[in-house]
Ligand binder design. Structure first.
Ligand code: FDP
Length: 296
């Protein structure tokens, strides 16, 4: 049993990623070593990062209606015919082929994230028409958000089976996870985090997708704030912030860069970083007030 996405190009993109996920998972074996390259954000790449990116690039650029493929692992988008900004039915796909890949060394959870933009990237998150992620946990699952709904699937042997329809964040939040070292947190964020740790249970896996999926399952908040030494934070707006912001907002939650929805943040560059917070709306509202009141 499977839910289809109404736009045929978007459905082909989603189907291609879901079919590739089982292969990506199997292909991780033997690819834990590093390569002699850095990604455009200056981070060490693993063989698996490069391999998963090439696999997705080959398959997604072959789809009629995909005008651009952009990834965290390559400096520029691949232009593959058609301009998403001006041609209706042509989209840009932005992906983080292996989110949390430093977890591969210790074989903990990781993910694949994608956003389908109805514009050339870098683009506003508000132009996303569908987004989602694959979680390589004990089970390989996929969450797909469209304008209509959020659906969770299990993936086996290239097949996708619905396990939860109309996914929404539970009303009563349970878990939180915040990235970055505590001494690096700005004072206002530290004060907010101290309140939250009295109220919720800590869950931090080191892979954003693992932590975000806990928030989607149990309710709560995940954040990677701007740090004292790096006010722009660590996570990337086009590949991580916007797609995950879209998923969580479609599931009834909120996303924020500390000030406004991630989807409303104007990008400058393809590899822009952003402070990133997603979760139950009330927790994000409180976070924004806490950061705002300390800045005056
Ligand atoms: P990674 O560097 O392993 O790819 O995408 C960046 C990311 O992982 C996120 O998945 C994760 O939430 C974060 O970085 C972890 O950063 P810290 O090691 O600083 O906790």
């Amino acid at each position: 049993m499977s839910v289809t996405v109404s736009d045929p190009v978007v459905e082909r993109i989603v189907a291609t990623i879901s079919r590739s996920a089982t292969e990506i998972r199997q292909g991780l074996v033997g690819r834990r070593g590093t390569v002699d390259e850095e990604n455009p954000s200056g981070e060490t790449q693993l063989e698996a990062d490069v391999w998963a990116d090439e696999l997705l690039a080959d398959r997604l650029t072959a789809i009629d209606g995909v005008g651009q493929y952009a990834s965290e692992e390559r400096p520029e988008p691949i232009d593959c015919g058609g301009d998403p900004a001006t041609e209706s039915g042509t989209y840009a796909v932005a992906a983080d082929p292996l989110d949390g890949s430093s977890n591969l060394t210790s074989t903990n959870s990781m993910g694949t994230i994608f956003g389908v933009y109805d514009d050339t990237v870098p683009a506003l998150g508000e132009t996303i028409v569908a987004a989602g992620y694959v979680l390589y946990g004990p089970i390989t699952t996929m969450v797909i958000a469209t304008d209509d709904t959020v659906t969770e699937y299990e993936l086996t042997g290239g097949e996708r089976t619905v396990v939860r329809r109309d996914v929404t964040l539970p009303d009563d939040p349970v878990v939180y996870g915040f990235g970055g070292r505590v001494p690096e947190w700005p004072e206002a964020f530290e004060a907010y985090a101290s309140e939250i740790e009295q109220e919720l249970k800590l869950r931090y896996s080191g892979a954003m997708i693992g932590d975000v999926n806990q928030v989607l399952t149990y309710g709560g908040i995940f954040g990677y704030p701007g740090l004292k030494s790096r006010p722009e934070g660590k996570l990337r707006l086009q590949f991580e912030g916007n797609p995950i912001g879209y998923v969580i907002e479609q599931a009834g939650g909120r996303s924020s860069n500390g000030d406004r929805s991630l989807l409303a943040v104007e990008p400058d560059e393809l590899h822009d970083r952003t402070p990133l917070h997603v979760g139950n709306a009330a927790l994000i509202d409180r976070l924004e007030s806490a950061l705002d009141s300390r800045s005056h």
